[in-house]
Design a protein around this ligand. Structure first.
Ligand code: GLU
Length: 437
């Protein structure tokens, strides 16, 4: 069978490309020259399958879409607190190139506006790094997110640097407040080079998928940054990523995102998908008109709005039966399924706590064969439930051949070593010898 997804994406490109309003960015001469008719979209799953439509191989400079990734590198290098001391996380509601700092602290409001992005750039690597060393770390870091070696478009770099009056003003202001150290001109130089790194929609989608995948690059399998860093980055993208249209984007598209003045848009839906879109003409906020349209369409069609949320909890308990084993014991067999997080585990705890027939039971079997993952919180909750059932005098058995309960907390011995080694164990594979009561 030929997958219908590329056909669907082509439909999206055609439907969103019928007209081409807006204007290319003109404050960077090289961007004003971009072919305005190009349009492309790409989806990357978190296991690295990539679907494209339109001019998927068209290259363009990454511009502001570099900001969340460089912020991620600064966080990875110095930790959240040290970075927060220099750059805040509050939406500014102002244009991306506004000369504004938080009153009192002098910090830039967030890392998605230029003041914050210049600061994040200056924070990458050790404090002693030269401009070249810092840029090397940025280029290698972004390449790790993309899963291939990225390069700089020298003509975009020269073009932007020769007209970087506003960013120079911002960097000088940051230096005067000691938010950045060293030579402001060098920070502008490094940041401008960062913005001139060339990508395609495919790169954007895969970089986004790395964020959606908790920091592990889907194609190379490399952990690029930690989950904690990813959470911080996605939060800031959600609240500040779309320039001064963040609220509109949140309510209509609802995907953590970042756009750039060359016409790229990147969206990362945690646990699901990375999106890259491109078309050079921009709206009044500085985001690609047709790129935004395509993202909105994808979100609507595929139910990607983050606030639509998953609903796993109702189905966490697959079956809850009372069975009598060959030895005459009565056991409660509680079979769980899916992904176990707080709400699913709460449902299980509630069911176990409310058993009216507890005194007639000899044991409880927690059957995890259809559970594919248990997060830290759910694991603690389930383990506490097992402990309390034992304190109530019940025999407790965990059927967990894949050790889903053991992937996080290595301080506990594997459930199958000791806990299920009891008289029910031989029959647990199917419960065939058990009868219903
Ligand atoms: N290099 C651009 C600037 O600093 C990036 C702006 C953007 O893409 O929003 O002006």
């Amino acid at each position: 069978m030929k997958s219908p997804i590329p056909d669907y994406l082509l439909e999206v490109v055609e439907a969103c490309g019928t007209d081409n309003p807006g204007a290319t960015a003109d404050y960077i001469p090289e961007l004003a020259q971009a072919d305005p008719d190009r349009i492309a979209v790409c989806l990357s799953t978190i296991d690295g399958v990539v679907y494209t439509a339109g001019d998927a191989d068209a290259e363009f400079s990454i511009q502001s879409i570099s900001k969340p990734f460089v912020y991620a590198l600064a966080l990875a290098d110095h930790g959240i607190d040290a970075v927060l001391a220099r750059v805040g996380v509050e939406p500014s509601g102002e244009a991306f190139n506004e000369l504004s700092l938080e009153s009192g602290s002098g910090r830039p409001l967030n890392p998605m506006i230029n003041a914050g992005a210049l600061t994040a750039h200056a924070l990458v690597g050790p404090a002693t790094a030269t401009t070249e060393e810092r840029f090397e770390r940025v280029l290698r870091g972004l390449s790790a997110f993309a899963g291939r070696d990225l390069a700089v478009d020298e003509s975009v770099f020269d073009s932007e640097l020769s007209t970087a009056y506003r960013n120079s003003a911002i960097a000088n202001m940051l230096r005067s407040y000691s938010v950045i150290d060293g030579d402001p001109a060098e920070v502008v130089r490094g940041y401008t080079r960062q913005c001139a790194i060339t990508v395609t929609v495919r790169d954007l989608a895969v970089m986004a998928a790395t964020l959606a995948n908790g920091g592990v690059q889907p194609l190379t399998g490399q952990r690029v940054v930690s989950r904690t860093v990813v959470r911080q980055v996605l939060s800031v993208m959600m609240t500040c990523g779309m320039y001064d249209a963040a609220g509109d984007w949140m309510s209509t598209v609802g995907i953590p995102a970042k756009s750039g003045v060359s016409g790229g848009v990147l969206g990362a839906l945690p646990g699901q998908v990375g999106i890259g879109a491109f078309s050079p003409r921009l709206d009044a906020h500085g985001s690609s008109v047709r790129g935004v349209r395509m993202c909105r369409r994808l979100s609507d069609d595929m139910g990607l709005h983050i606030m639509d949320g998953p609903e796993p909890a109702r189905s966490a308990i697959r079956r809850d039966r009372r069975l009598r084993g060959p030895g005459g014991h009565t056991v409660r067999v509680c079979s769980l399924q899916g992904t176990m997080q707080f709400s699913g585990a709460e449902l299980v705890l509630r069911a176990l706590a409310s058993a009216e027939d507890a005194e007639r039971l000899d044991g409880v079997v927690l059957d995890l064969r259809r559970v594919h993952s248990v997060d830290d919180v759910a694991e603690r909750m389930l383990r506490e439930a097992l402990r309390r059932l034992r304190l109530d005098g019940l025999r407790v058995t965990v059927v967990d051949p894949e050790c889903v309960l053991d992937t996080h907390a290595h301080t506990h011995r594997p459930a199958r070593d000791g806990e299920i080694a009891d008289e029910f164990a031989p029959d647990l594979a199917s419960f065939d010898n058990f009868e219903r009561v």
